[in-house]
Design a protein around this ligand. Structure first.
Ligand SMILES: [Zn+2]
Length: 260
């Protein structure tokens, strides 16, 4: 499931390929009954407009302009924004297709149920309505220490709560805890300030590194968990093995030796 860095890579693609072009048509794809997409009136609001800026907060991508409206995209499990130039074929599983002036197109490809596109007036208002915590790439260390350090649950579960901090999901919470040497089921409110501060630094370093690779996992260092996320694999940081367990309803992968 795309988390903060995958969404940031997608935002950068949108920023590079789809800004400052007049929107001429916004059409639905096939088989869209199970997915939330803007209705005809909302789609019509985009016609004749341009996206002049993009934003991202947690796992939400925004494209719009100072005076609005904005399109917000949640990629769900498998969603992807694919810019292309007609007459190239529209990607399969396209649920929404935006035609810009000239040949540029933007497809929202989404083979599975989760994920949505909405037309909104104001991203800040939307972020507030969704009750999202601060973005994990933007959050100050002191706020991170306060927010995570006062959560009375397993640290893995605390990192996943989007109303506490937005953007971290299953994969990158595991990576953070692996690189910090913290077991996922450790109570967040039992971690000391120094450990929490170091976790904040590790989190932001991981997120920036993944964004720099455009979320190409094979380009990430070999001693990262993501490269060996399989039960029984050798840990590349100690003599231990990778194990998994259910924590807060999710499957956490961790090293059975160096994570304490
Ligand atoms: Zn290890």
């Amino acid at each position: 499931m795309p988390e903060l860095p995958e969404n940031e890579a997608q935002r950068l693609t949108l920023e590079r390929e789809c800004l400052n072009r007049t929107i001429e048509a916004v059409e639905l794809g096939d088989n869209v009954s199970y997915i939330e997409l803007p209705g005809g009136n909302e789609r019509a609001r985009l016609i004749g407009r341009q996206f002049t800026e993009t934003r991202r907060h947690g796992k939400n991508i925004f494209a719009g302009s100072k005076t609005g409206p904005w399109m917000t995209v949640h990629l769900g499990m498998t969603g992807k924004l694919i810019p292309f130039d007609a007459p190239d074929e529209t990607p399969d599983h396209t649920k929404l297709l935006i035609a810009f002036e000239g040949n540029r197109r933007l497809a929202f490809r989404c083979p599975r149920k989760l994920g949505h596109i909405r037309i909104i007036d104001d991203p800040d208002e939307y972020i507030g309505d969704q009750k999202l915590g601060p973005d994990a790439l933007e959050i100050e260390k002191s706020d991170f220490v306060e927010i995570i350090g006062t959560t009375r649950s397993a640290v893995k579960a605390a990192l996943l709560k989007q109303d506490k901090m937005a953007g971290i999901g299953n994969i990158w919470s595991d990576e953070m805890l692996f690189q910090c040497g913290i077991r996922p089921e450790t109570r967040a409110d039992k971690l000391d300030e120094k450990t929490l501060g170091a976790s904040h630094e590790t989190m932001q370093r991981i997120l920036r590194t993944v964004i720099d690779t455009k979320a190409d996992y094979k380009a990430l260092p070999n001693n990262w968990l993501i490269r060996h996320r399989k039960k029984g694999e050798e840990c590349r940081r100690c003599e231990g093995r990778i194990d998994h367990a259910k924590v807060g309803g999710r499957t956490a992968y961790f090293c059975n030796q160096h994570q304490k």
